[in-house]
Design a protein around this ligand. Sequence first.
Ligand code: SAM
Length: 222
Amino acid sequence: DQAARWTAVDAYLTDQLAPADEALTAALAASDEAGLPKIAVAPNQGKLLHLLARVQGARTILEVGTLGGYSTIWLGRALPPDGKLISLESDPAHAEVARLNLARAGLDQVAEVRTGAALDSLPKLEAEGVGPFDLVFIDADKKNNPHYIEWALRLTRPGSVIVVDNVVRGGAITDEESSDEAIVATREMFDLVARDPRLDATAFQTVGVKGYDGLLIARVVS
Ligand code: SAM
């Protein structure tokens, strides 16, 4: 069937271009063992994040939604040794698994996981004067996507890149009548991005091991 085909193609693409290594495999295994949900990005999507950060020449990265640190490892590996990644995670158990995974990947000097609701951590980052970030990856509670876009704008600079995961949601994104708060909020986020002259963006549909979904990629213009 269709899903099996998508999965087989993802396996082929991943084998060819984004093969796992010890730290990535161990990160997923440790996440499974700790009972974390299997909702990390796919390997080829992790590689996309990595390449975007590299092409961008990112030295500072902000991630909203760490889980077990799988996407964090892909992003952290794109940074120079003196680079900095801050990842925000509300669940202390997830954050703990992520910290161990990042240490195993040799990224504990570069990547910091901050525990707490992102909407509490983001104003603290601003107050500390951390940033601007060269790349922001938004992948947490979807109902707060409009807030996360607004915060990303406060914590970036012209030329920064903002990526948002899960913006198609099996096609449900077109449902104007949806009562699903993730859909309602993500539609609101699209309205914000589309109207804000500070952002230039596109989004595309993806299929694969993660099913049918999509990514939004925006550049901060001014
Ligand atoms: N980016 C991760 C990856 O690809 O490996 C996956 C992140 S997972 C989809 C979403 C994470 O966001 C979960 O670990 C969840 O606990 C966290 N989360 C949910 N609500 C949050 C909030 N308000 N603030 C920070 N993190 C939150």
